[in-house]
Design a protein around this ligand. Structure first.
Ligand code: NAD
Length: 429
């Protein structure tokens, strides 16, 4: 096998600044776009970010329809509804105002409105056919309201396949939004549970992309077009990931507890986009791969303080609950990286104090310290899972090759079983 020797960095255009949402009408007008569909969800429809977008479009006389039917944690069913809506309005472009659920739904709607096909056509193999997106899609401006998924920077759209109780997605560079408007003003109204969950998603994006298998240990593609979006850890993604870990470590608790603190909020939305630039090119691994069945098989859990009409494990929570077990497991594969991340999370400045054998456990200790401060449930058992669910959780993780194969340490079926067992309880009470 010839080893990979190159990395390709791709990202959306981003514009960062407080109040930048007000520029969206001018952006569309300057691109000659006169008619758009605005995607959001019902909670956000009457909140500041959507109101600001509507005012900005009206000011520039951009015609628009508002689609507020996005499901929080989208499914194939909810995405098909959004696609049907997008296909019939002669829209010249799209605007997504919301968290990852809204931005991902807009990406899928844009794709299938541009290139109609059976839903499984572009879904990642082996679950779907994994066919590449045939060409450029219509312009999409993404305006995140969580900090967050980094979806404004990536070519990834994630959804639950209802019949299979499993999450999967579509990943292609053509799905990247044309422009991301990253405005700290838009995250002010996040309920604490959403701020905590989405902030811990940022942390896992950064930790997983930094500890992923190095890009030059993957096989070299025959043609540049076959180089995947998720390429493994690499020197460019590392810079974004490390800065995102540092910013998250310094700001997440304050941003969750005090949403009026503009500096903490601004740093968290910056961290979110930075982590997105990193993982959008490096990829994520086991915390995410294991999270998909955790959210797909949700039983009756409804997070306190989150408005939702269905049981839900918020994405960030489904990811962070696996993190302590995962990093204990991967620590030995790249101890220096686990140690560096632990130090950025406050494990003490003197790296001599941390031996390679304990790097993974020390990183876990720092993660669980943050989880406790943010009132995160203590492991999978605290959101309704028991040991009897482990075989199904493992079976739900096995097809997530696209991310699990980026783990720095190969995880066999037996390893996954043990990882879920370990993830049942995150810390001793
Ligand atoms: N495309 C990617 O690269 C990528 C990366 C990570 C996660 N995801 C996906 O994104 C989804 C999760 O997105 P998320 O964590 O951003 O949350 P979300 O979009 O699911 O929203 C969570 C809840 O917060 C509310 N909310 C969002 N912003 C708000 C605000 N400013 N004020 C008040 N309420 C607000 C929403 O209405 C919703 O009830 C999952 O489906 C996940 O799989 C995608």
């Amino acid at each position: 096998m010839k080893k990979e020797y190159a990395v390709q960095m791709a990202s959306s255009n981003l514009r960062y600044g407080t109040g930048v949402t007000r520029e969206v009408g001018m952006d569309l007008k300057d691109r000659g776009i006169q008619r758009v569909l605005v995607f959001t969800d019902r909670n956000l429809a009457n909140l500041h970010p959507v109101i600001t977008v509507r005012e900005a479009l009206e000011q520039e006389k951009i015609e628009y329809d508002l689609y507020d039917g996005v499901r929080v944690e989208p499914t194939d069913v909810s995405m098909k509804e959004a696609i049907a809506y997008a296909q019939h309005g002669n829209y010249e472009g799209f605007v997504a105002v919301g968290g990852g659920s809204v931005i991902d739904t807009a990406k899928a709607a844009n794709l299938y409105a541009s290139y109609p096909a059976d839903f499984m056509t572009y879904i990642n193999a082996p679950i779907g056919q994994g066919r590449p997106v045939p060409g450029p899609v219509k312009p999409l401006i993404a305006i995140p309201t969580t900090a967050g998924t980094g979806s404004e920077t990536t070519g990834v759209a994630i959804m639950d396949l209802t019949d299979r109780h499993a999450k999967t997605g579509i990943a292609h560079r053509y799905l990247k939004p044309t422009l991301g408007l990253v405005d700290p003003e838009n995250t002010r109204t996040m309920p604490p549970v959403v701020a905590a969950a989405s902030g811990l998603d940022v942390l896992c994006h950064a930790l997983e992309s930094y500890t992923a298998i190095p890009f030059n240990q993957r096989p070299r593609p025959e043609r540049p077009i076959y180089r995947p979006a998720y390429q493994g850890s690499n020197p460019i993604s590392d810079m974004w990931a490390l800065k995102a870990i540092q910013l998250t470590s310094q700001n997440i608790v304050e941003a969750v507890r005090n949403p009026e603190n503009e500096e903490a909020r601004s740093n968290m939305i910056l961290a979110s986009s930075m982590a997105g630039m990193g993982f959008g090119n490096a990829g994520v691994h086991l915390c995410h791969g294991m999270s998909y069945p955790v959210s797909g098989m949700v039983k009756s859990y409804q997070p306190p303080g989150m408005k939702t009409d269905h049981p839900i494990v918020p994405h960030g929570i489904s990811v962070i609950l696996n993190a302590p077990a995962v990093f204990r497991f991967t620590g030995s594969a790249c101890p220096e990286r686990h140690k560096h991340a632990a130090i950025l999370l406050g494990a003490g400045d003197d790296s001599k104090d941390i031996s390679p054998e304990e790097a993974g456990s020390i990183l876990c200790r720092q993660i669980t310290h943050l989880m406790k401060q943010l009132d995160i449930p203590n492991g999978l058992s605290a959101i309704g899972y028991t040991r009897d669910d482990i075989p199904a959780l493992v079976q739900g993780t096995l097809p997530q090759h696209r991310v699990t194969k980026l783990s720095p340490k190969v995880a066999s079926e037996e390893d996954l079983y043990r990882l879920f067992e370990d993830a049942m309880v995150a810390w001793e009470e």
